[in-house]
Design a protein around this ligand. Structure first.
Ligand code: FES
Ligand code: FES
Length: 226
């Protein structure tokens, strides 16, 4: 009876081959060597493309690639000039809190969901945890410290005190900055506007009624509590 012969190893049955075909895999017509040659060519093409993009960006006056090491940065925060040497990956929130001694904006979720880190950039509220410090250069940044001081509070800060609109306080600086931005845009907001404009700020302690009362006071009573 004829005996079925199984190769002891896959290579045992393979014919003599060239250096390229000896590296041919069972999965396709390309050898490892050919694949590596192709990858190198593609890499060179990508590098050329990237360099072209950067050249175009430079020609258009756009900033080039910074980092990964620390680079010098300059900021305007609360009307004052600040400089720091930071890695480009550092967020505006970490720059403020860890390098510029401005700890008013709070780090709670650190992923753009709670609003505790809200600051103003050119008057617009932004999550400082979701903006790179390097992107904030050239902008007018305002933190809660820049709105007022204990001796000379901003009307919205005074209103938060008057209405006891905080418990643990972690969300409070973000709410105050967002409320200041709201009142700048809508000096007499209705309730829907307050809900919408403060919708990006969360309070785990549930101080929303106090916050709305504070906004109403700072708006001069032009909004309804509720
Ligand atoms: S800490 Fe930035 S949104 Fe929560
Ligand atoms: S006062 Fe505690 S999270 Fe708002």
């Amino acid at each position: 009876m004829a005996q079925t012969r199984y190769p002891k190893t896959p290579r045992e049955e393979q014919p003599e081959a060239s250096a390229d075909s000896a590296e041919t895999t069972a999965r396709g017509p390309f050898s490892r060597r050919q694949f590596l040659r192709g990858s190198a060519a593609a890499g060179a093409a990508s590098a050329g493309l990237l360099s072209g993009i950067l050249d175009d960006a430079a020609a258009q006056g756009e900033p080039g690639v910074a980092g990964p090491g620390a680079v010098d940065m300059a900021f305007k925060i609360n009307g004052k000039a600040h400089v720091a040497t930071l890695e480009p990956r550092v967020t505006l929130l970490d720059a403020l809190r860890n390098h510029l001694d401005l700890t008013g904006a709070k780090k709670v979720c650190d992923r753009g969901t709670c609003g505790a880190c809200t600051v103003l950039m050119n008057g617009d509220p932004v999550y400082a945890c979701s903006v790179l410090a390097i992107e904030a250069q050239g902008a007018d940044v305002t933190t809660v410290e820049g709105l007022g001081s204990p001796a000379n509070m901003h009307p919205i800060q005074q209103a938060f005190v008057d209405h006891d609109a905080q418990q643990c306080g972690f969300c409070t600086p973000g709410f105050i900055v967002a409320s200041a931005a709201l009142l700048n845009r809508h000096p007499n907001p209705d309730q829907d506007t307050v809900h919408r404009e403060l919708g990006g700020n969360l309070c785990r302690c549930g101080t929303y009624a106090g916050v709305r009362a504070a906004v109403a006071q700072a708006a001069g009573g032009g909004t309804t509590n509720g």
